[in-house]
Ligand binder design. Structure first.
Ligand SMILES: *[C@@H]1O[C@H](CO)[C@@H](O)[C@H](O)[C@H]1NC(C)=O
Ligand SMILES: *[C@@H]1O[C@H](CO)[C@@H](O)[C@H](O)[C@H]1NC(C)=O
Ligand SMILES: *[C@@H]1O[C@H](CO)[C@@H](O)[C@H](O)[C@H]1NC(C)=O
Ligand SMILES: *[C@@H]1O[C@H](CO)[C@@H](O)[C@H](O)[C@H]1NC(C)=O
Ligand SMILES: *[C@@H]1O[C@H](CO)[C@@H](O)[C@H](O)[C@H]1NC(C)=O
Ligand SMILES: *[C@@H]1O[C@H](CO)[C@@H](O)[C@H](O)[C@H]1NC(C)=O
Length: 824
């Protein structure tokens, strides 16, 4: 009897309970939402109401994340973007026959959802996806939307949204930036699918194209090699008779991730990190200068690892050599030999590319490459062809008409393009491969010469004009930044010699805090009391001059709280100096490898240090406009501020790079034993993954309190990496933990950190995670893969005997590392 009553109770009242709880996510006919009222989606993900962006006093109706702290209120959609309400009188209602309307106190319509069909019982509902939808309450199918905010996005592309075109109606769902963080009105930038030719996404400033995604190739957009399967989201591209769109879905719906076109025209993906209560920049679509649309003009090709970045495709030469030589590449290249259509043209295969602009193209997904070639050959306007889809060895046919434009080269994930060429030119190219090799070597060398000359003249001119402190100047003549923003970014204060001399007490020995191949480092105090560290280039150091220039070029644009801050530089006559913020706490090695000092670093502090280094490195690899590989990451180059926050220093060896996985070869192996990845130490190949290796070594050192190099264990001949790996395999990782860190014993976070460290030091660079994955591993609980064998795990033998005898000499001569000795 009792059970029946309970059952009865549940079945009668539960529906009512559910109804009353869902009521707060809907607005029914003639119901109003005033400024101050909000509605919240059923699962509590999103909230709709009135807000004021940034420092603005204007009121807007918008949708924001409910679960994210109110200080960092993140708005994902705005109704009245261009029609702000000046007071708090705004009212939102649902009116017949089914429109949402926003009114002010004078009853002016500021915004209207403008639905074409009508509903008997219109109901607006805020869904947990962030979609505000209008339904007919009498319609039994809740998936039929009469109107939805997802069809009219602002600057934010949310999971589940279709970004693209309904080809039946022409409805194009695209992003448009905010004017500024204080003003959501449509700004200068739009990011939109273009359906002429094979579809691609074009990011424009006004009407001028800035960035192009490239066509979809079955795996990703041709111009976005960073778009890869990842732990955060899955993605999908659909193109059929009815629609073309791109869409993504979160792997774990409790993760918060969004894509934004920011007011500066950058397309960025952020993921919310609960632990730090902040947004982590996960990916930027535009990677570097080569992503500027058509930077190298028609038939030009951009390669960020070259200097200058622009070159002509094989068989082409600059249209205007003079312009080209002064880095104006906009007119691009022309054929050396004219095409003679019908008279035996052929094709040259060029690999590793971002495919050219497809606005003037034609395609057939069922045609093979051979037929594709025949079709192209028959049409005199056809200039090249490629596969549409690169999966399973390639399929489909995509052909281009007219000039091939906006091509770049990638080190990884590039595509093949067949470029139409006169038969005679092809023969020439075929027979002159030897000659070409010579050209490849001589061109860069002469260019390096030109660049050095420009730098030299530049510094000379600076010297002649006796500069006063904080004159602004511009560095980096190597790069062609056209943007005003970029220019501002590389302005760097110049200090005059007298100021620095005074600050350091005439470079007195008592102020000297370090010494390196670059020259001595002094501590100083400016008149206004600010403490500085001054790196002074020794006059004798010829090589140091290059490092100096490199460091200025590299760090001037970098700003991150985990990078040491460059305050300015001093260039006067023979003097070359870099002025940094002064960090009183010395470097990390003086703590972790010292018996007494290491007591000061408990696990939370060490974890904070590891995380800070990871973020600083992620910024270098990913977030900054220049993609930088540090190349000499080690405990001695991590400085600590008052609160023990880590700051990466010493960019003398850093190199700026293009793609995510870009690697390069160098004849000068610089770096520090024990931190160098095998591929770098042995083959001179470096990439962001070599930095990841060094980072992994650092993690293991921070946890164990032992140096990788010089590690000794009575039972075996392995170094720290090998030792850690063995312990991990035996499930005894806790034995690695520094004994002076008693609080950390068996702490799951420590064991996890060792695991992540081992993933970073794996032998093969491909196996090592990228820094964005590393940061995610540290701040989420995602499942970690098992690490494979580390590189150099028995390095003691390898490095100390065979390897060092062959390379040690050149190495030590090039080791330009400043070791901070700390204040005396
Ligand atoms: C509503 O849409 C119609 C056409 O569908 C258009 O003519 C009208 O200007 C729109 N009104 C507003 C306020 O956007
Ligand atoms: C395109 O829009 C029309 C009209 O709203 C709709 O009926 C159709 O289902 C849409 N097509 C797709 C593929 O969504
Ligand atoms: C999703 O993430 C949450 C929080 O990070 C976690 O608790 C949960 O187990 C995850 N779910 C899945 C299916 O991975
Ligand atoms: C695409 O190619 C296939 C195979 O060659 C052919 O049968 C088909 O007619 C072509 N389609 C178009 C639209 O040209
Ligand atoms: C080639 O292009 C020219 C100029 O755009 C046009 O007049 C001509 O019809 C095109 N020829 C073919 C075969 O498409
Ligand atoms: C280029 O040379 C190779 C052999 O060296 C030959 O097989 C090929 O047909 C040549 N291509 C052209 C276009 O002459």
């Amino acid at each position: 009897m009792e059970t029946i009553t309970i059952f009865f109770f549940i079945s009668t009242f539960l529906p009512i309970l559910i109804n009353s709880s869902t009521a707060i996510d809907t607005i029914t006919l003639n119901q109003i939402i005033k400024d101050g009222d909000t509605i919240v989606s059923a699962g509590g993900n999103f909230e709709l109401g009135f807000f004021s962006p940034g420092s603005s006093k204007h009121r807007y109706l918008g949708i924001w994340y409910k679960k994210i702290s109110s200080e960092t209120q993140t708005v994902v959609w705005v109704a009245n973007r261009a029609s702000p309400i000046t007071d708090k009188s705004g009212v939102l209602k649902v009116v017949s026959p089914g429109n949402l309307v926003l009114l002010n106190s004078a009853n002016d319509v500021l915004w209207l959802s403008n639905m074409s069909s009508s509903a008997a019982n219109p109901v607006a509902q805020l869904l947990d996806t962030g979609n505000l939808v209008m339904r007919d309450g009498s319609d039994s199918n809740p998936g039929d939307y009469l109107w939805q905010s997802f069809d009219y996005p602002g600057d934010t592309f949310l999971p589940g949204m279709k970004f693209g075109i309904n080809l039946t109606t022409g409805l194009n769902r695209f992003l448009s930036s905010w004017t500024s963080p204080d003003d959501p009105s449509p700004g200068e930038y739009t990011n939109k699918f273009h359906s002429g030719g094979y579809p691609q996404i074009l990011m424009r400033k006004g009407s001028s194209i800035q960035f192009r995604s490239g066509p979809w190739n079955g795996l990703r957009f041709s111009g976005m090699p960073n778009l890869k399967p990842n732990p955060i989201y899955t993605f999908q591209f659909v193109y059929d008779q009815e629609e073309v769109y791109y869409k993504y879905e979160l792997v774990n719906s409790s993760v918060v991730s969004r894509m934004v076109l920011n007011p500066g025209g950058m397309i960025q993906r952020f993921t919310w990190i609960d632990r730090t209560q902040s947004w982590l920049l996960f990916l930027t679509a535009q990677m570097d200068n080569c992503d500027r649309y058509a930077l190298c003009g028609p038939y030009g090709s951009c390669n960020i690892n070259n200097s200058p970045a622009c070159g002509c495709l094989k068989g082409f030469e600059p249209r205007f050599a003079k312009e080209w030589d002064v880095a104006d590449w906009s007119n691009g290249c022309v054929r050396k030999t004219r095409l003679e259509c019908g008279n035996g043209d052929g094709f040259l295969k060029v690999s590793g590319l971002k495919l050219p602009d497809t606005q003037h193209s034609w395609f057939n997904v069922s045609m093979g490459l051979e037929e594709c070639e025949r079709v192209c050959l028959r049409n005199c306007n056809c200039t090249g062809y490629a596969n549409v889809d690169i999966r399973d060895g390639g399929s489909g046919c995509l052909i281009w008409f007219g000039d091939l434009i906006d091509i770049r080269e990638y080190a990884e994930n590039g595509q093949d393009l067949y470029v139409r060429m006169a038969a005679s030119e092809l023969e020439k190219l075929n027979s002159s491969s030897a000659k070409r090799r010579v050209r490849i070597i001589t061109i860069p060398i002469s260019l390096v010469g030109v660049v050095l000359l420009i730098l030299f003249l530049f510094f000379q001119v600076r010297n002649k004009r006796k500069l006063k402190r904080v004159g602004m100047t511009r560095f980096n003549p190597e790069r062609n930044y056209n943007d005003e923003n970029d220019r501002k970014d590389i302005e760097l204060p110049l200090f005059d010699f007298a100021t620095i001399s005074k600050a350091t007490d005439d470079f007195s020995i008592s102020n000297k805090i370090g010494e390196g191949g670059f020259g001595p480092v002094y501590k100083g105090t400016l008149e206004e009391g600010q403490q500085i560290a001054v790196k002074r280039l020794s006059k004798s150091s010829r090589q140091g001059l290059d490092e100096f220039k490199n460091e200025v070029l590299c760090i001037a644009k970098l700003q991150h709280r985990n990078l040491v801050k460059l305050l300015g530089c001093c260039i006067e006559e023979e003097e070359r100096m870099l002025i940094y913020e002064y960090l009183p706490n010395k470097s990390l090695d003086s703590f972790i490898f010292d018996e007494k000092q290491s007591m000061l670093l408990d696990w939370p502090k060490r974890f904070n240090i590891i995380n800070g280094i990871a973020r600083g490195l992620l910024y270098l690899h990913q977030d900054s406009r220049l993609r930088v590989i540090h190349r000499d990451l080690k405990a001695g180059n991590i400085l600590l501020d008052n609160e023990m926050n880590p700051k990466i220093s010493d960019f003398g060896m850093a190199r700026s790079f293009g793609g995510n996985e870009t690697q390069a070869n160098t004849t000068r192996v610089v770096g520090t034993y024990g931190y160098m990845s095998p591929e770098y130490a042995i083959d001179g190949l470096f990439s962001i993954k070599s930095d990841v290796f060094s980072f992994g070594v650092l993690v293991l050192e921070i946890i164990s309190g032992k140096k990788n190099r010089g590690f000794y264990h009575p039972d075996h001949n392995l170094n720290l990496l090998g030792h850690a790996w063995n312990l991990h395999k035996e499930g005894k990782s806790s034995e690695l933990i520094d004994t002076s860190m008693a609080d950390a014993c068996n702490h799951p976070e420590v064991i996890r950190s060792i695991h992540i460290g081992l993933l970073c030091v794996q032998q093969s660079p491909e196996d090592r995670p990228s820094m964005s994955s590393v940061v995610l591993m540290f701040c989420t609980d995602m499942v970690l893969p098992q690490p494979k064998q580390p590189g150099f795990f028995s390095e003691r033998k390898l490095l100390d005997a065979d390897y060092s005898s062959s390379k040690a000499e050149s190495h030590s001569a090039n080791l330009l590392t400043v070791t901070f000795l700390g204040p005396r």
